[in-house]
Design a protein around this ligand. Structure first.
Ligand code: NAP
Length: 479
């Protein structure tokens, strides 16, 4: 595995700890070599030392000096500048020397700034490093994948000049989360959910990805991106696709992704008044004082969208997607809100105010799910109250691996089921692009300010209420 961007934050915080953990669990092939590439002038020994410290910090209780020593023997560093042809020739020589003519699979991981993806890939092609006559060649590309439809198409076109689609692994770390994969098991590994997973029983679906943090020192970057690019086009859409897709016939990369992309194709595109009525924009108080943020910035740090999926299963069932910074707590959750019972026979009872059933799937940080249903209050005529069935992964004692562990392992094994395909990425931009443009136009809908530490602008709750619905504003309880 060759990591470009070896001296960067993602490599030390996520990639190396994930590879280290895979190694500890005996999941890396025995002869695996991890080669870091960046301009910083490390020797292999210096890079290992640097990583020992950061891995101890990020792998926490899983770190032991003995297993680190054994892992570090697989770690190398080769200085290189993506702009320099000669550095790729040198890298090619370095890899060939270590592989010693043995047929070897390689994964190139691009963990550099997105502006460098195209040149890195072109350089890999020019240096013959994409040639797969002596082992498979794959490339993993970090997010963001383009900043709009046009740039993502250009990026896809330039990658396709060097790598075939089946060699390309576009990472969205949400798909590596156990609870996201558990969604598939919940839906397709059980019989009880499928019959009710449709417009006949479901009133609407809410997908929330709330962050407690503010933009902090990332203001300059964030202001150009905004919440729709940062969270919706990728993570929230991935969660929506998995919630809404039809049953794939097999867990196979292309079959799963065929079903996912059909969901995006069926999402009704915004037109006319949708741009102002089917969404809410917000910016937290204090955002304009963040480092790197222009004083008149109109960038959203909060957004909510109401999307409709025009197919037989979902016609008329709104999917409410929302995400924000400076929110009440950190939580990613999917709420399946079922319809109310069509008729209540307990009508004459003054205590009857039933809430409809609700299934809450907690993606992070309290991974699990809760099913809310009505039960009888004992010894009180036919009064009802809401009760809850609660499943938590933590209660079963399972270790939930970091999402990069799963995704790196899949990339090494050549399984792209949990990576985004080019058509998926382009469809996602096709939905989001017109909304971003409309929200940047002179007739842009109101940018509502909100107080940090709440659930976004008040306008967001009012908007839901005007549709006869309510956000599920509950912070997960960490066991
Ligand atoms: N950090 C995260 O949590 C996170 C999460 C999701 C996605 N991502 C994505 O992952 C990618 C990396 O993020 P990061 O936070 O790790 O960035 P970073 O800390 O800024 O690291 C960038 C890396 O690129 C290297 N680099 C820069 N110019 C280079 C050149 N000309 N040739 C070779 N290497 C060069 C830098 O090393 P030298 O200066 O030594 O060359 C450094 O190792 C980005 O695309 C980001 O969007 C990051």
């Amino acid at each position: 595995m060759v990591i470009f961007g070896a001296s960067g934050d993602l490599t030390s915080r996520k990639l190396i700890p994930a590879l280290y953990r895979l190694f500890q669990r005996g999941r890396l092939p025995k002869l695996t070599r991890i080669v870091g590439v960046a301009r910083s002038p490390f020797s292999s020994e210096e890079w290992r030392e640097e990583l020992a410290g950061t891995t101890a910090q990020f792998a926490k209780q899983n770190f032991t000096p003995e297993s680190w020593k054994a892992f570090a023997e697989h770690v190398y560093y080769q200085p290189g500048d993506i702009a320099q042809d000669s550095d790729f020739t040198a890298l090619s020589g370095f890899l060939d020397k270590h592989e010693d003519g043995v047929k070897t699979n390689r994964v190139y991981y691009l963990s550099t700034m997105p502006q460098l993806y195209e040149s890195a890939i072109a350089q890999l092609g020019k240096a013959g490093l994409a040639n797969d006559s002596n082992g498979q060649r794959r490339v993993v590309i970090e997010k963001p994948f383009g900043t709009d439809l046009a740039t993502s198409r250009l990026l896809n076109d330039s990658i396709h000049k060097v790598f075939r689609e089946d060699q390309i692994y576009r990472i969205d770390h949400y798909l590596g989360k156990e609870t996201v994969q558990n969604m598939m098991v919940l839906r397709f590994g059980n019989t009880i959910f499928e019959p009710i997973w449709n417009r006949n029983y479901i009133d609407h679906i809410q997908i929330t990805c709330a962050e407690e943090v503010q933009v902090g020192r990332r203001g300059g970057y964030y202001d150009k991106s905004g919440i729709l690019r940062d969270m919706f086009q990728n993570h929230l859409f991935q969660l929506m696709m998995i919630t809404a897709m039809e049953t794939p016939v097999r867990f196979n990369a292309d079959i799963v992704r065929d079903e996912k992309v059909k969901v995006l194709r069926a999402v009704r595109r915004f037109q006319g008044s949708d741009f102002s009525e089917a969404g809410i924009r917000g910016q937290y108080d204090g955002y304009l004082n963040e480092e790197g943020v222009p004083e008149n910035s109109q960038t959203e740090t909060f957004a909510a969208l109401k999307l409709l999926i025009d197919n037989w299963r979902w016609k008329g069932v709104p999917f409410y997607l929302r995400s924000g910074k400076a929110m009440s707590c950190r939580t990613t959750q999917i709420v399946i809100q079922f319809k109310e019972p069509p008729h209540l026979m307990f009508g004459g009872n003054r205590h009857v105010s039933p809430e409809a059933n609700r299934l809450v799937i907690q993606i992070q940080p309290a991974e699990g799910l809760q099913l809310y249903f009505q039960s009888k209050v004992p010894d009180q005529e036919m009064s009802m109250r809401q009760s809850e069935l609660d499943f938590r992964f933590s209660a079963v004692g399972d270790e939930l691996p970091d999402s990069y562990q799963r995704l790196l392992q899949d990339a090494l094994n050549g399984d792209a089921s949990l990576f985004a395909r080019s058509d998926e990425v382009e469809q996602a931009w096709q939905i989001i692009d017109p909304i971003i443009s409309a929200w940047r136009s002179p007739a842009t809908p109101t940018l509502n300010s909100y107080e940090p530490g709440l659930w976004g602008p008040i306008a967001s709750s009012e908007w839901m209420e005007s549709q006869g619905r309510q956000w599920f504003d509950v912070c997960p309880i960490l066991a």
